[in-house]
Design a binder for this molecule. Structure first.
Ligand code: SF4
Length: 513
């Protein structure tokens, strides 16, 4: 009997940008007595069905974007006589779908770190239950990943999680509902230990794959103080202090290491935090800008973001403090008009964004937007290829609509074409070359160019295009670009790297593990 862990994907690029962390965390959660799991990440290559034998246990993790491919893989594994167990956000939200369409014998809901071992043991005993509820485990139970099982020559960035959960409540995002609004941080020593192991293996680029790296804002603390809620103030200050402690320890890691994370724009009002990020070599952050207008932000419950001139200033502040921004924007909001696209492209340039992504409004399951949208159908849901559009992830990609709610003033094609136009403008050769000035050497600038082009191929041309020939071509180009790009992320392993030294109250001490 072997345990398989599969990350499904329709599109394989041969090279992955970021390691899918859950695969290697569940590999760590697989008890040693069952041997090393066989890990397959289909964003690299498709699964070979003959690897799966009767009696094997197959774990498949799905989110909305890869759910349909996951169902195919699940049915294939079941036909081959394996025990099929689904997990991930999508399976948590729609467990019956994985059972009815994906051949699942069981579904693990919530965090899998602890409950996965129980599901495996039950499968071996033949007592597999339909559902395992992993719930939301505290930060001290998060497992470090089995990075020794990841192919070093296939990924650019490794991924380490430092906190789960986000206190915000954006209407288009499911994180706060699935991972919870209470931040669950991991102890900084445990995070550092995992990063040191990665550097020993030769990874120097690490994505801090957190829901929100800045879980406590200065405004949160001020509000709690104003309310006289001393307990809350102390709790928030503790979380803030832990963030600084983590960044101090990151700063002591080898000087060639580079980190990237996701953060809310509010960090732009906290220069002390941004400076600590710079010292920690967190050189970039994905910031959800979403919309350049106040109306757009209000419509997605994100009015804590800035708009207008204040937005440009706030985003520039990141760069001034040495943190590059990958700005994320949504198009197709009810307040968007034809001129919103150009205004967004201008803002992205004026704010000095280093990278940007422009996505079309999609109601994701588990979000407030999705609930509103589903309710608005009033029971009369249109179907595509026999599938209700409120289950659009089950519609084959070739016929899946790109937008789901009619826009008041623009057609779907217009929104799609204008969105593509903003990608084209932002990633034109001239603009990319201009932005590449942020790296000092010619070699560095060329690397920047390659990576920008790859990013655009992977996320714009394969995702937005309605034309399957264009999507296939984009995948081919991305596969080609990915090979030299990955080489730029290579680093010589440092097998002898020691854990850094931390300063405790009693003076300088080694962190012992
Ligand atoms: S979009 Fe970001 S800030 Fe908003 S709830 Fe999701 S993780 Fe939190």
């Amino acid at each position: 009997m072997r345990v398989h862990l599969i990350n499904p994907s329709d599109t394989s690029f041969g090279i992955g940008v970021i390691t899918p962390r859950w695969l290697y965390v569940l590999a760590a959660a697989t008890p040693a007595e069952y041997g090393d799991p066989v890990v397959t990440d289909e964003t690299l290559e498709q699964i070979q069905p003959e690897l799966i034998e009767p009696g094997d246990i197959v774990g498949i993790g799905i989110h909305t974007g890869n759910a349909l491919r996951g169902m195919e893989v699940g049915r294939m594994a079941r036909e081959r006589g394996a025990w099929v167990i689904f997990g991930g956000i999508h399976a948590t939200l729609y467990p019956e779908e994985s059972r009815d369409l994906g051949g699942a014998h069981a579904v693990v809901k919530g965090d899998g770190d602890v409950v996965w071992a129980e599901a495996i043991a039950d499968a071996i005993r033949g007592t597999l239950r339909e559902t395992y509820d992993g719930g939301r485990i505290p930060g001290d139970q998060f497992l470090p990943a089995r990075w020794d099982l990841a192919p070093r020559d296939r990924y650019m960035w490794a991924s380490v999680q430092t906190v789960r959960g986000c206190p915000k409540h954006c209407s288009f995002c499911s994180v706060w509902r699935t991972d919870g609004q209470k931040p669950r941080p991991r102890a900084s020593d445990v995070v550092i230990e995992e990063i040191v192991r990665l550097r020993r293996l030769g990874y120097r680029f690490i994505a801090l794959a957190d829901d929100n790296f800045y879980p406590v804002t200065l405004t949160d603390i001020r509000l709690a103080e104003k309310q006289g809620n001393h307990h809350r103030v102390a709790e928030l200050n503790d979380i803030r202090a832990e963030r600084f402690e983590l960044m101090e320890k990151l700063a002591k890691l080898p000087a060639d290491m580079v980190f990237f994370t996701q953060i809310t724009m509010e960090a732009g009002e906290d220069p002390q935090f941004l400076d600590a990020m710079r010292r920690a070599r967190i050189k970039g952050a994905l910031v959800g800008v979403e919309s350049v207008t106040a109306e757009g932000l209000k419509s997605v419950f994100k009015d804590f973001n800035s708009a207008g001139d204040d937005l440009t200033t706030r985003l520039r502040t990141f760069k001034e403090h040495g943190v590059h921004v990958l700005g994320s924007f949504i198009f197709g909001l009810s307040s968007d008009r034809a001129d919103t696209f150009g205004a967004t492209a201008d803002l992205a340039k004026q704010a000095g964004l280093t990278f940007a992504q422009f996505v079309m409004m999609t109601p994701f399951p588990g979000t407030v937007d999705f609930d509103r949208w589903e309710k608005s159908m009033n029971g009369s849901v249109p179907h595509v290829d026999g599938v209700p559009i409120t289950r659009y992830w089950l519609i084959p990609a070739s016929s899946r609509p790109k937008m789901f709610s009619p826009h008041e003033t623009m057609t779907t094609d217009e929104i799609r074409e204008r969105t593509q136009g903003v990608w084209d403008t932002f990633y034109s050769l001239r603009e990319v070359w201009e932005r590449s000035k942020c790296v000092p050497t010619l070699r560095g600038r060329l690397a920047f160019l390659f990576i920008s082009k790859l990013y655009r191929q992977m996320y714009a041309n394969t995702g937005i295009s309605s034309d399957s020939a264009r999507r296939q071509k984009a995948t081919r180009v991305a596969r080609w670009l990915a090979v030299p790009c990955r080489k730029l992320f290579e680093a010589k392993p440092m097998p002898g790297l020691e854990m850094p030294v931390s300063r405790s109250s009693s003076g300088l001490t080694s962190i012992s593990y």
